[in-house]
Design a protein around this ligand. Sequence first.
Ligand code: GLA
Length: 488
Amino acid sequence: MKKSFILGIELLLLGGLTSLASNLRCAKTVFSQPNVRFMQKVRISDGQGVVTVKGLPSGLKWNAKRQIVEGKVKKEGVYSYTISYNHNGKIEDAQVKLTVSSQLQLPVPFMGWLSWNSVEGDISESIVKQVADMFHANGLYDAGWNAVMMDDLWQARTGRAVDGKPLPDPKRFPNGLRSVADYVHSKGMKFGLYTDAADKTCAGAFGSYGYEKIDADQYAEWNVDVVKCDYCNAPSEQDTAIVRYGRMGDAFKQAKRPMTLYICEWGVREPWQWGAEAGGSCWRISADVRDGWTCEPGGAGVMQCIDIMKNISEYSGVNRFNDSDMLCVGLHGTGHSSNDLCFGHPGMTQDEYRTQFALWCMWSSPMALSFDPRTNTLTDDDLAILKNRRLIALNQDRMGQQADLISESDQMVVFAKDLENGDVAISVTNLSDKTSEATFDFAKIPALDARKSYKCQDLWTGEHLNPVKGGFTVSVRSHTTMVYRLSK
Ligand code: GLA
């Protein structure tokens, strides 16, 4: 039976999961870097009650108009405050723990490469090295792409060593993993690998369940930086997932090297509600990405990612990012697993790839390319998309805010993203199949003041446009995304 089919069934079965969230929707474990602007959004799902916030550390204030906690905390430390929601005398409280530190695992989303979509079981020392070299040769490294991560099937087919330690496949990693990590580090990049919170991974290699401590110690010995931890072959309940990822997170905390835990349970059990508490710094929010604008159930095209991400922006922030999965930019339908469920037509147009990149940047989603270095399908135009520093700056903004949905129709989707320096990025995506005009209405964008004039830069071209006030209208090609940065 195909794996995507099994995953699809699990997604359907768990579709009815009751949300842990109360009417008060906010993250309970949040992070900031010292002296960097911080923001936490609070959302209410049932109407008109009043939110109040008590016990904020010095430097932060409650912005009741926008329903956000904002400001800058100077000193490192762990702080707590209470967010209360009073609706006709019924009170709901959320205790929030804020960690201010310059040593966070993932202060900004990773930008790297993951082997799965195209390389699958061929992952090897030579492929990892080729990717690290390519990122330097084609300028991606200079633009900020700095992590090489191995997905499933790096493991020895024969299983663990007799002492229980994890083993890489000896044929494909003849020099062991430490030397691979050292090579990636010598290139100034981070090194990642993959495991699963069960006995077996999705592709059938050994997983980490019951071996969390041994694995965390060995990964640290190998000098690993990021660990993607999948959830195939594990019990479906949310409680069990919280316990299993918590065991992994605890083992990482005790390891002698800081390592980022990247949770991958496909968003089914709402990891944005508990992932940070389990020790994760980012979590997948959807089924596996497909190289398509839209795809059959069981996978996620760009449209399916929009549908999920638009509802969970308040849960994303510094060191707790919602992850929309690998980018397909540069694949052009040449991937393997990413070609499944694409209505038989894998691959996207350049405008659709532009949209994928622009939205992942607007959302501060972690980004991983997934091309095969042996065939190198990246064109000059793909590289121009991926090296756009103005868009990368949105993804890597130190305030880590995911863009909020402003409006949506069958034709257009508009997002707005708060940035650390007070600027606001706005985007519009044309979902229709012909070029159409779209209007940004500043009165509908809480981060903007409709009475003020803003400088406006087109982030695709870099062109500075005339100042704008109240809003403006743009022409958007089918399936592409226009992005602007507005400054006071
Ligand atoms: C799952 C994950 C994918 C990939 C594969 C590997 O499907 O969601 O991203 O890691 O497993 O088997």
